[in-house]
Design a protein around this ligand. Sequence first.
Ligand code: NAP
Length: 245
Amino acid sequence: MLKNKVAVVTGASRGIGKSIVLALAKSGAKIVAVDISLNGMDALLAEIKALGSEGIAVEGNVTVAADSEKMMEQGIAAFGRVDILVNNAGITRDGLLMRMKEEDWDAVLSVNLKGAFLCSRAASKVMTKQRYGRIINIASVVGQMGNAGQANYCASKAGLMGLTRSNARELAKRNVTVNAVAPGFIVSDMTEALPDKVKQEMAAQIPLERFGTADDIANAVIFLASEASGYITGQVLAVNGGMYM
Ligand code: NAP
């Protein structure tokens, strides 16, 4: 489905980013796997190869403009083009509003929102020239509904949805679509560490009665990354088991 397409994925070495990379590779895309450190990247490149595709690893910090340009340049140098950008890198620094440190606000906004802006800006130069592109931003259900203790994170993800709509309007005439995926509670290192009782209470808020998986998110990304989604832009696709409608 994505044969001859080239995808840049940020925060690629683990978690949801890694699942997205493997799903893209399985669909035939060539991968530019970006992360702040190259830990785990050799194994990831071997998995991409085993799926019959190819990839390169790029050490890059999404909050640094020069790094956002570098990931596109290295993608072009290796594979000749960049068709897909998945802005997945994200962090949390949770805390109640009254006690939230300014540096924790700045760090989360910087990675989750400024990072997506910088990488989208770098990708847009390539994609508009090609007259083809798919940008997918990984937001969160809490950017839609809010969450106590996550003022910085929720604001960053709500901002990412605004960025999605603005960039969608700007890039549409060059056949570049921009959409977001908003995951709900996903099985991850973070949620695995919670006590069973807390997990059960959280799952009880979800009509489909389970946490999502990284593959649930990757499946939505594959659709938005494909030519099949060509008439969809500026949208937020909720992948949350129905917990927020
Ligand atoms: P994760 O396991 O913490 O992975 C995030 C990756 O991004 C890590 O490899 C991390 O590197 C990398 N990263 C962090 N800062 C970076 C930077 N400045 N530049 C480049 N890479 C950077 O996260 P996840 O749970 O898979 O989440 C992935 C995305 O989904 C995030 O945007 C998150 O907000 C969103 N999301 C997750 C959930 C969930 O339940 N897990 C729910 C809703 C939305 P290090 O290894 O060095 O930290």
